[in-house]
Design a binder for this molecule. Structure first.
Ligand code: PEP
Length: 252
């Protein structure tokens, strides 16, 4: 049985007070989350310690950062290291989100360094892959996603790779309200799993692959019902506790 995961990427939203309230509302409804589903919240860096304190020792939901530095420590003004995240403690970090790739020039090379740094500090990466609209329209989507995987994940040792969570996020579906159909999601997730098997034959079948891109309570059940969709990475809908919990409650 593969892990089932619903992770909320808050992006650059909420003040600390609003983030506390959101976390408290999630905790209030946490008993509605089906057994076996891991819930994760990814607030901004400034909120991590406070929210870790609210979550407490149960680590439910799990806590994720939205980025970490490639460097270990030292003269990198404005950066936050994986060791700092581990000291919160933070159990996960989102890496390779399309907004980081597009606005901050994060290449596959940089992302490999970040993933290795996270893993060396005991943090599980949620590694995002996905194509932009023109790439899908020109039928390049499988090629794009396979290079993102080949240039990053294929460079990891199996012992490290087994801690990775993959998120397929078609860029044209992020924040647009335009979700991939469940057929499109399943087709890509199955492709990713079989591609991962080329390097990690024994592990690909247990790698969680999440879908991200305008996932909401009204479409989560159909997406999560697909055999290779192991949950979701949720942006906008994770900012409302009720919607986030309803998405987590959408597994059959
Ligand atoms: C995301 O940015 O990871 C995401 C999936 O956003 P949204 O759900 O808002 O499309």
């Amino acid at each position: 049985m593969r892990e089932k995961i619903v992770a909320g990427n808050w992006k650059m939203n909420t003040t600390i007070r609003e983030g506390k309230e959101l976390t408290e509302n999630i905790l209030r409804g946490i008993s509605s989350v089906p057994a076996g589903v891991t819930l994760i919240v990814a607030p901004p860096f400034t909120h991590l310690s406070t929210i870790s304190g609210i979550i407490g020792n149960t680590k439910n939901p799990g806590l994720s950062a939205q980025n970490c530095a490639a460097g270990e420590k030292g003269a990198f003004t404005g950066e936050v290291s994986a060791a700092m995240l581990a000291s919160v403690p933070c159990q996960y970090v989102i890496l390779g989100h399309s907004e980081r790739r597009e606005y901050y020039g994060e290449t596959n090379e940089i992302l490999l360094e970040k993933i290795q740094r996270a893993l060396a500090n005991g943090i599980r990466p949620i590694f995002c892959v996905g194509e932009v609209l023109e790439e899908r329209e020109s039928n390049m989507h499988f090629q794009v996603v396979s290079s993102q995987i080949r240039e990053v994940l294929f460079k990891l040792d199996p012992d490290d790779f087994k801690k990775v969570i993959v998120a397929y996020e078609p860029v044209w579906a992020i924040g647009t309200g335009k979700t991939a159909t469940s057929e499109q999601a399943q087709e890509m997730h199955a492709f990713i799993r079989s591609f991962l098997a080329e390097s990690f034959e024994d592990l690909a079948n247990s790698t969680p692959i999440l879908y991200g891109g305008s996932c909401k309570p009204s479409n989560a059940a159909e997406l999560f019902a697909r055999p290779d969709v192991d949950g979701g990475l949720i942006g906008g809908a994770s900012l409302k506790a009720d919607d986030f919990l309803a998405i987590a409650g959408s597994f059959a």
